[in-house]
Ligand binder design. Structure first.
Ligand code: B12
Ligand code: SF4
Length: 496
């Protein structure tokens, strides 16, 4: 029987790039979907190793104990360098293991990866059926040309079997639930969610709060839109496929009763594309008496009064809305297909039901300027969210922004061979300016005077920290010098 390991690589050490480590309160569902799908199809010798929080020594020791015939690795853009590092580690332990990559980064950059790294296959896009077919091929049951949606090397050429790449799983209800009893311990590694999601945690009742773990659910795949900075549509297809409310409630009920989960995060790109379906999910949650709390992300133009009422009743405590900008011009440039009116309307409705909506905003999209930032701030002053999430636009492969940035000479494909995180789009403005704008948006409630004082305060803190750090550095240097020069022992020196 083929032994299979599915691996999530360790987290990228972002501190090297002056960014805080990116923590998560819950694992992604991708590898677990693959795992339960393979099990359902009788590939029983399969395990998941989620190394997201582990160090390389632990990874190496584990792989030494647990080698397999086939190893599948998730490759996202941010974590790609660690995915590549795993290849050489695996090859040293067992040369002939078949290594397969899957996930967003390897789907868009498959040719570059196959040329530069010693890997056998890449699964393109949605993984379940393609991986199953590839394993059937590996076991000699079907020829390779019948395995659609994969890429591999043959001599010096790169082959892409595209026959049916867009033959996605039509009925998502057919998929088994991702998290089963055998892999539930993955959650032990993930921090209690109040450590990472303070805003949500603060709003929870005691009953919910004491179940400290949060779990993600994905109820749809694909997106009918095509924003400039996002690669979801290319990956999952333009057709929005979705699960039925009954099937979703079955999954919630299973996690609720079997493992005691009480807090759920709907990790769909846009949870309410069809409001009627989301209402159906809420009704199921209520009818089954599932006392849960949850949050979700969606688009402003997919909010109705009735939907908001049901979301509230079913336990929704927070909704993130992909607003991106308050400027019509920017919304058009990034192909968001969203009007300012629909944003204001959505916030009014969601506030009416106390659903605490907050906008996901971007700074540094093509065309952004002092003027467009001002428009975003003006919009915030109308919709008045309790909090805002602001990110500086980053360039990811598979997006229209990546194509534009290549044309502009801002980035080339070789960038992805470095281990650097995806770059901020600084073709038009410096990072310093983008940070300044983010700061202003983040503090939109403050007056000009308050902003100035806050900036001054931050600057003084930075200076004080700098002085303290350098004093200590010099202090240590002097101490070392005295020690060497006069041969004084550590303790003597301290008390002199
Ligand atoms: C939950 C989530 C997270 C979680 C968990 C991440 C994870 N490992 O899944 C956390 C919070 C950690 C996270 C962080 C980030 N995320 Co995130 N995240 C998501 C989200 C919303 C859902 C993930 C999910 O469960 N999807 C559903 C499952 C079924 O899909 P999947 O994971 O892709 O797996 C399928 C296929 O990819 C494939 N597959 C995946 N792995 C493998 C492995 C093998 C061997 C095979 C054969 C197939 C295969 O088969 C699976 C089943 O079909 C997605 C959006 C989305 N809709 O997918 C973004 C998404 C994955 N995140 C994204 C980004 C940008 C980030 C961050 C960079 C955010 C940031 N600015 O810091 C970080 C980087 C994290 C990292 N270490 O690389 C992008 C990735 C783009 C890219 N090119 O990499 C996405 C696609 C959002 C988007 N639309 O742009 N994220
Ligand atoms: S940002 Fe959201 S709406 Fe836009 S393409 Fe991506 S998933 Fe769809």
């Amino acid at each position: 029987m083929t032994k299979i390991l599915l691996i999530n690589p360790p987290l990228l050490d972002q501190t090297k790039y002056k960014k805080p480590p990116l923590l998560s309160a819950t694992p992604g569902t991708g590898l677990s979907y693959l795992y339960s799908f393979l099990k359902k199809n009788n590939f029983n010798d399969c395990k998941i190793y989620d190394f997201y929080f582990d160090d390389w020594k632990y990874v190496n020791d584990t792989l030494n104990k647990e080698m397999a015939d086939v190893i599948g690795i998730t490759c996202l853009t941010e974590g790609r360098a660690n995915a590549f590092k795993l290849i050489s580690m695996i090859r040293k332990i067992k040369r002939n293991t078949i290594i397969i990559f899957g996930g967003h980064h390897s789907t868009y950059m498959y040719d570059q990866i196959l040329v530069n790294y010693d890997i056998d296959y890449i699964i393109l896009g949605e993984g379940e059926v393609k991986l199953l077919n590839l394993l059937r091929h590996i076991e000699g049951k079907i020829p390779l040309n019948l395995v659609d949606g994969i890429a591999y090397k043959k001599g010096r050429s790169i082959i892409k079997n595209m026959g049916n790449l867009h033959n996605y799983i039509d009925n998502l209800d057919d998929l088994p639930f991702p998290f089963s009893e055998e892999q539930i311990e993955i959650f032990d590694k993930y921090p209690d969610f109040e450590k990472i999601r303070h805003f949500e945690a603060k709003k929870l009742s005691e009953n919910i709060y004491k179940h400290k773990k949060m779990i993600s659910l994905v109820t749809s795949r694909g997106c009918p839109f095509n924003c400039q900075f996002c690669s979801s549509t290319l990956f999952w297809g333009k057709k929005w496929r979705y699960r039925t409310p009954e099937n979703i409630a079955d999954e919630i009920e299973y996690y609720y009763k079997k493992f005691g989960f009480r807090y759920f995060n709907f990790a769909d790109d846009a949870f309410t594309i069809i409001p009627k379906r989301s209402i159906g999910i809420c009704k199921e949650i209520i009818n089954r008496n599932l006392k849960i709390k949850f949050d979700c992300t969606t688009r402003s133009d997919r909010i109705t009064d009735e939907l908001a009422m049901w979301l509230k009743k079913a336990g929704c405590i927070q909704i993130a809305l992909g607003v991106e900008s308050g400027s019509k011009k920017i919304l058009k440039t990034i192909n968001k297909n969203l009007s300012i009116n629909s944003i204001i309307k959505a916030f009014n409705i969601l506030n009416k039901y106390n659903l605490d909506p907050y906008p996901l905003l971007m700074v540094g999209n093509p065309g952004d300027s002092r003027e467009t930032i001002k428009k975003t701030i003006s919009l915030l002053r109308i919709i008045k969210p309790n909090r805002v999430a602001v990110s500086i636009t980053m360039v990811f492969p598979g997006t229209e922004l990546f194509d534009l940035a290549m044309k502009q000479g801002f980035i080339d494909r070789d960038y992805w061979l470095s281990e650097k995180p995806p770059p901020f789009y600084t073709f038009e403005h410096s990072l310093k300016k983008l940070r300044k704008w983010s700061f202003e948006i983040y503090n939109y409630k403050k007056t000009k005077y308050q902003l100035k004082t806050l900036k001054l305060k931050k600057k003084s803190i930075r200076i004080i920290k700098f002085v303290i750090r350098n004093t200590f550095k010099n202090y240590n240097k002097i101490r070392e010098y005295v020690k060497i020069r006069f041969g004084i022992k550590k303790n003597e020196m301290i008390y002199q």
